[in-house]
Every structure is written in structure tokens, then in C-alpha cells.
Design a binder for this molecule. Structure first.
Ligand SMILES: NC(=O)C1=CN([C@@H]2O[C@H](COP(=O)(O)OP(=O)(O)OC[C@H]3O[C@@H](n4cnc5c(N)ncnc54)[C@H](O)[C@@H]3O)[C@@H](O)[C@H]2O)[C@@H](O)CC1
Ligand SMILES: [K+]
Length: 509
């Protein structure tokens, strides 16, 4: 699924109207129906009361239609229609005309000088003041309205975007003039701002509802940003051939763990095997082989001559892919050995994580020797050490584009909505995953998954995207079963199988 800027979303709406064809008021009705269904899913009890704050743009038009629909479903609904600009859009005017006040549905028009009425905290507020049409910070009256809603103590559901949030860059926005929603229900397409960590406080829980925009426009309009969906990930899966043998699925080489951090090697190894690698050899310091073998009997072991850390490796010619970094430490000899490995493995698929990245960050000349299309999997702090700091998430994305291009590498920037950046300037945002996955060892599991895919012949692009998606799906499955709190890295590994099954079911639909 592509992520489009607000102007293109508007153009896609227009294309749909012209080519489906459908009257714009009917598209608004369809969008409002989709949002209403989602609201009813969140609040199935019809004794829930709603207050809808509607602006005079088309987002407000959605709000008026949603109010009508909720009241028809038996919910008591109060509309506050805000008239700050003299021009109400034509579809919003039509929806205003469709409001027939009743016991369940009341409407009050608020003008700039109006006193904002009191809303009890039990009421759920549906925020349709502004949608994608905002291109500057809200004016004083609307800011006042936003502050009132934010301070109301009510649960807030924003439609399309939290009002006041601009669809892309908010670096010049006024943080107090943006709704802080508990839920954002966005129409058909995720907007960039909804996926950025700095806007988490405004967006709350994000859901995307299809409104039937024209498939030709969705396919044909260009964008270099994508949202990774189940369908997209499932299409990437390679079928395992009947006459395959373990050699068919690659021989992976994982260099991980040190005396103090063997767990990282164990978690990465397990994840690598669970993701389908044919063979895995894990390189660890001398003396740790029994512990690793008990934890992961499937793995073959390559021991270092040193008992503390990574100081040498055997020939790499037999391997199909290399993963390096989890729990490695940053010992001086380890740095020199990694430098040698980068030169030796010039043409090999490689994923680098954790201390591997720290070594690169503190020895930047090594970045010049990265194998082409190496995958780097930093969390934001590690990426900052590698690429420098940023002032906001839009700048961070710029940094990602530049860094991936400059080093011909795929960057997997971990976080909520992990971002994969390709060297040719494309980005993919993760759609799955949960805060329970912010736990020790979670990144080691991702490295193992990506290594496994590389070893099986997936391209670096496929391995990054599919790896991120499998990891997030497995985390979501684990969180559903055990809660986000109880989720540990091993729970993610244990759920990789179900993540695969889920994707295969979608593929075979
Ligand atoms: N046919 C369509 O285009 C559809 C649009 N839909 C809805 O329409 C929305 C977009 O509608 P609009 O383009 O009318 O935009 P908005 O509803 O966001 O409203 C924009 C209005 O606010 C004014 N405005 C912008 N920034 C302001 C500021 N800082 N302070 C005060 N006023 C400001 C603008 O001049 C404009 O009058 C979407 O978010 C979505 O909810 C849906 O109904 C689906 C179909
Ligand atoms: K809104």
C-alpha cells in the first residue's frame, strides 16, 4: 500500500469521483459509513453517547454524516458545528441539510465568540474539525477548541487525522493546536505524519478503513513510500520445492555473542532456524559451545580461539549469507576482525546489527568497505551514532534516504512503524508490531530472521521488508496470547511459525 502526500490523496479522491464514477457526496457517505462501522466496533453498546465536533470543511462533512448514522443506530449524538470560515464546502452543506434533529440527535452551531459547551467525561468525542486540508497551524479560535477537547477528559476519536496535524511535515506546527486522540481512524490510506514517532501523542491507536478509492489511481499514482501490508508480505514468500534438501535453503553464518552476552547468539540462532534456514553455523567465543548447543541443538558451532569475544573466523566461502553483531562487544581485536570480515565478504549478503553497528559508528572509515546492499538494522540511537542527529522525524527520514544511498545499503530503522530504506530512495513502513516488543533481545531475533531469509536467497530488499513484517506479526501473535507485558524475545521466536502460517493463508486465499 502506498503512502501519498495530501495533494495526491485529494487527486485520488477526484479520480475516483470521475472514473468510478461516483458523486462526491456519495463518496463522503461511503467514507462516513466505513468510519461509523469502526466506531461501532469500538463501542458496541448503544447507550454510549457521542459528541461530534465538526468543522466546515469536508472532514466536518464526514462528521455530520457519521453523527446521522450513529443516531440512526440508536446512539445519542450531539453535534457541535463550528463555523469559523464563512464557506462551508458544498458536500458539508448537503450533510448539514440532512441533519434532522430528534431525541437522539441534536445540533448546535458555534461561532468564534461562542462559549464552548460542557461535555461530560463519559462522552466520546469524535473529532472532525479538520482533516487533510490543514496546511498551517490552526488559528486562535480553533486552537482554543482543540485545547478544550484535549482537556475534556473524554476519549477522543479523530477521523482521518487528528485535527490540526498536517499530513506530512509538522516541524513548524503548534503542538498545542493539535488534537491528542486516543484513536485515529484514517480513510483508506495511511498518511506519513500518522506513522512518525513524534506524532504518537496525537494519533493514539491507528486504524485504516477502506472507502473504495479507485484501484487504478492507487496503483497508478506514484509514491516512493509504502506501508507493508499482509498481502504485500505474503506475495514475497518463496514456495519450498518438494525435491528440496537442506542445502537448498542456504547455509547461514552468524557471528554473535561474547562471554557476557551469549543470549544474543542463542536468540538470533533460534530465530534464524525458525525462519527456515537450511543450515546455520554460529560463531561464538571458545567455551560457550555446550550452552549454545543445549539451547539450539539445530545449530553448528564455529568456535573462536578467544574465550571472551570475536577475534578470528574460519573460511566464509561455504556460506550463503552472514549476520554479524548481536552481543558481539566492541573489543579492539573484534573491531579489527570485523574490518577484515567486511573486506573478505565484499560480495556476500550480510546483515549487521547491534555492536556491529556501534563498531561502524565509531570507525566510520569501515562504512566504505560495506558489502553492496548490506542490511543495517539500527535502533534510533544507533542510527544517530551512524548518521548524525536530527531535529524532527522529517529530517530523520531525509537522513535515512541519504545514508542508504551514500552507502548502497538497506537501513532498517527499528521502532513503532519500523522503516526500511533502500539505496534507490524508497521507504517501507511497518504496519505490525506492538510496544511489548521493546524488550531485550527483540532486535537479535530480527537479525536472525533477516539472516535466514538472505541465506534462503531472498534479495536484501525482500529480506528486509519480509523480515520486518514477520517479526512484527510474530510479536503481535505473542502479545495477543500472553499480553504485551509478558512478551519476551523468546515469545517472538516461538510465534514465527504462526506468523508464517498466517501469511501463507492470506497468500492462498
Ligand atoms: N471527496 C473528497 O475529497 C473526500 C474527502 N473526505 C474528507 O475530506 C477531508 C479533506 O477535506 P478538506 O480539503 O475540505 O479539508 P478539511 O476538512 O481539513 O478543512 C479544510 C478547511 O479548513 C481551512 N483551514 C486549513 N487550515 C486552517 C487553519 N490552520 N486554520 C483555520 N482554517 C484552516 C481551509 O481553508 C479549509 O476551508 C479529508 O480529511 C476527509 O475527512 C472524505 O469525505 C472522503 C472524500
Ligand atoms: K479530524
Amino acid at each position: 500500500m502506498k503512502i501519498f502526500p495530501a495533494e495526491l490523496v485529494k487527486a485520488i479522491d477526484q479520480y475516483t469521483i470521475a472514473n468510478e464514477p461516483i458523486a462526491s457526496i456519495d463518496l463522503m457517505e461511503r467514507a462516513s459509513m466505513a468510519v461509523t462501522s469502526k466506531v461501532m466496533e469500538l463501542y458496541p453498546e448503544s447507550n454510549q453517547e457521542f459528541s461530534i465536533f465538526a468543522g466546515s470543511g469536508n472532514n466536518g462533512g464526514d462528521g455530520l454524516a457519521i453523527a446521522r448514522m450513529l443516531s440512526q443506530q440508536g446512539y445519542r449524538t450531539q453535534i457541535y458545528f463550528i463555523q469559523t470560515t464563512p464557506s462551508t464546502t458544498s458536500d458539508t452543506a448537503i450533510n448539514l441539510g440532512r441533519i434532522v434533529p430528534s431525541e437522539n440527535l441534536t445540533i448546535e452551531t458555534l461561532k468564534p465568540e461562542a462559549v464552548i459547551p460542557y461535555v461530560t467525561p463519559e462522552t466520546v468525542i469524535i473529532d472532525t474539525l479538520f482533516g487533510s486540508g490543514v496546511n498551517r497551524p490552526l488559528d486562535a479560535f480553533n486552537k482554543h477548541m482543540v485545547e478544550y477537547i484535549n482537556d475534556s477528559g473524554c476519549t477522543i476519536i479523530s477521523v482521518d487525522l487528528p485535527s490540526g496535524l498536517m499530513a506530512e511535515d509538522n516541524s513548524t506546527n503548534d503542538p498545542d493546536a493539535i488534537i491528542r486522540a486516543d484513536y485515529t481512524i484514517t480513510l483508506e490510506l495511511p498518511k506519513l505524519a500518522l506513522l512518525l514517532p513524534e506524532n504518537e501523542q496525537y494519533v493514539g491507536e491507528l486504524s485504516i478503513v477502506p472507502i473504495g478509492l479507485h484501484p487504478k489511481a492507487l496503483e497508478g499514482f506514484p509514491s516512493n513510500m509504502h506501508f507493508i501490508t499482509n498481502e504485500m508480505a505474503s506475495k514475497m514468500l518463496y514456495k519450498r520445492r518438494k525435491f528440496a534438501h537442506k542445502g537448498t535453503f542456504g547455509h547461514c553464518y552468524l557471528i554473535a555473542g561474547s562471554q557476557k552476552m551469549l543470549g544474543a547468539a542463542i536468540l538470533s540462532s533460534k530465530a534464524c532456524m525458525k525462519t527456515g534456514a537450511g543450515l546455520l553455523t554460529t560463531h561464538i567465543p571458545a567455551g560457550l559451545q555446550t550452552a549454545l548447543n543445549i539451547a539450539v541443538p539445530e545449530v553448528m558451532i564455529d568456535q573462536d580461539s578467544n574465550t571472551e569475544c570475536f577475534t578470528q573466523y574460519s573460511s566464509i566461502t561455504n556460506y550463503d549469507a552472514i549476520g554479524v553483531g548481536p552481543g558481539l562487544g566492541t573489543n579492539t581485536t573484534t573491531i579489527a576482525t570485523l574490518a577484515q570480515l567486511l573486506t573478505d565478504a565484499r560480495r556476500m549478503p550480510m546483515v549487521i546489527d547491534a555492536d556491529g553497528l556501534n563498531i561502524l559508528a565509531y570507525n566510520k572509515e569501515l562504512l566504505k568497505t560495506l558489502p553492496k546492499f548490506a542490511i543495517l538494522t539500527p535502533h534510533p540511537k544507533e542510527f544517530e551514532r551512524l548518521a548524525g542527529s536530527w531535529n524532527n522525524d522529517i529530517e530523520k527520514i531525509e537522513r535515512l534516504y541519504q545514508f542508504a544511498k551514500e552507502h548502497s545499503a538497506y537501513i532498517v530503522l527499528k521502532g513503532a512503524h519500523t522503516i526500511v530504506a533502500s539505496p534507490d530512495g524508497r521507504l517501507w513502513f511497518a504496519s505490525v508490531g506492538n510496544p511489548g516488543m521493546a524488550t531485550a533481545g527483540s532486535g537479535d531475533v530480527l537479525t536472525g530472521i533477516i539472516l535466514s531469509l538472505l541465506g534462503q536467497g531472498y534479495s536484501p530488499e525482500e529480506a528486509s521488508i519480509l523480515g520486518v513484517h514477520l517479526h512484527g506479526l510474530a510479536g503481535d501473535i505473542a502479545a495477543k496470547e500472553e499480553s504485551q507485558e509478558a512478551l519476551i524475545a523468546s515469545s517472538i521466536v516461538d510465534s514465527i511459525g504462526r506468523a508464517f502460517k498466517f501469511l501463507w493463508e492470506i497468500r492462498n486465499l
